[in-house]
Design a protein around this ligand. Structure first.
Ligand SMILES: NC(=O)c1ccc[n+]([C@@H]2O[C@H](COP(=O)([O-])OP(=O)(O)OC[C@H]3O[C@@H](n4cnc5c(N)ncnc54)[C@H](O)[C@@H]3O)[C@@H](O)[C@H]2O)c1
Length: 358
């Protein structure tokens, strides 16, 4: 798999991570307007001798579509970018998914480097080569598996990240630990305050641990044929919530509610103990995330929105279920499981009433 570099001061020192022949190749920085302001112009400066092209678009999920992809492609063609060009995807998950997908189809596929600037992109979306865009039918329905040549995480970028985006990334970290780390609860307890206060040492340690989990899963199953599906825990409901919120609900927050519902489905299916379920509820309470936020959404609309999920088979919606903290449930080696709508509805109803602190 691609190398992953996690350190500070990396944007200032591109010679450390660009391929040795980069001066002979065209570089295109793809970013959004917000990240451009903070880091895009700085990266252009560090690469001044290579005269990179910089292409940016409005920040946010609403830009992750084929129109933006087309705009990037047109600019690259007008600039004379060829098959040796390297795309530098500088930004959060939206930039990474969009720039990665563009790299995978431009002249039938060119090299790209992921330079994630959000915590979510560092711990999750930049690693593993999943790229894609959204359309009216749902999230990430069009895309490809296209591995970056490297992933470069400059932790200095996190200094400007708004708190809600720190929590957004922390939620994906929690998911990663819940599915694959037997010490999940203990470790999350130890790091949670340090990550929330953006303590650099704690952030680096937590990023290392999550990235190690994701890399080991991706290495075993790069094209999500089997094991990699476990990363979708919390995402069947999470993606449905994002869609019906018109993508106003942040990915991580949607996944947090998705984890609560899918953990409850696991418990209602007799797989997860109540004690383990409650531990998950308490973890999210520490982030001030409560199940009753689901009240804003219509249960039928959520169930309807799950019908387009990519894991579905023969018209049945399938879920990753949790066996215990740090381990997912497998039945005859199957990782995703069809769950009847009535159980999903029951879980949604129970979680909507869930506000333990009150
Ligand atoms: N490919 C995958 O495997 C995978 C996995 C998880 C999520 N995703 C995708 O990732 C996307 C969400 O990513 P995200 O949460 O990073 O959102 P994002 O890319 O929209 O970034 C969030 C916001 O933070 C701003 N920002 C980025 N870096 C900043 C910084 N350092 N300082 C200040 N502001 C900064 C951006 O301009 C944006 O407004 C979704 O589209 C989701 O589908 C993909």
């Amino acid at each position: 798999m691609h190398p992953i570099i996690i350190d500070s001061q990396l944007l200032k020192n591109p010679d450390q991570w660009l391929p040795a022949d980069y001066k002979k190749r065209q570089l295109v920085i793809v970013t959004d307007d917000e990240v451009k302001k903070y880091y895009g112009d700085k990266l252009v400066e560090s690469l001044a001798h290579a005269s990179p092209l910089i292409v940016s678009f409005s920040p946010g999920e609403q830009s992750k579509n084929y129109l933006t992809k087309q705009m990037i492609e047109e600019k690259m063609l007008q600039h004379g970018c060829d098959r040796e060009t390297i795309i530098l995807a500088l930004g959060g998950g939206v930039v990474g998914d969009l720039a990665g997908f563009t790299a995978s189809t431009y002249m039938r596929g060119i090299s790209y480097i992921q330079i994630p600037t959000t915590l979510l992109a560092m711990v999750d979306s930049s690693v593993g080569g999943k790229t894609g865009i959204n359309n009216a039918q749902g999230k990430n329905l069009i895309g490809s598996f296209w591995q970056p040549i490297s992933v470069v995480m400059d932790t200095d970028c996190l200094n400007t990240l708004p708190k809600e985006h720190v929590i957004n990334g922390l939620i994906e970290m929690i998911k990663m630990l819940l599915i694959h780390d037997k010490e999940a609860c203990h470790y999350i307890d130890v790091i949670i305050d340090g990550v929330l206060s953006q303590d650099t040492t704690m952030l680096k340690s937590a990023i290392h641990r999550s990235v190690a989990i994701k890399s080991s899963i991706v290495k075993q199953d790069p094209n999500e044929i089997h094991l990699r599906k476990i990363l979708n825990f919390g995402h069947t409901i999470g993606h449905a919530l994002e869609k019906i919120s018109g993508y106003h609900l942040l990915h991580g927050y949607a996944v947090a509610l998705g984890i609560l519902v899918e953990a409850k489905i696991s418990q209602l299916s007799g797989i997860l103990s109540e004690d383990n379920f409650l531990k998950i509820v308490h973890l999210f309470e520490r982030l001030n995330i409560h199940g009753d936020e689901l009240k804003k959404f219509d249960v039928e609309a959520i169930i309807q929105a799950t019908k387009n999920d990519k894991k579905n088979k023969e018209g049945r919606v399938r879920y990753v279920l949790l066996k215990k903290l740090g381990e997912i449930f497998q039945d005859k080696q199957e990782i995703v499981h069809a769950v009847p709508d009535e159980i999903v509805k029951q879980a949604l109803d129970i979680i909507s009433e869930c506000h333990h602190g009150r």
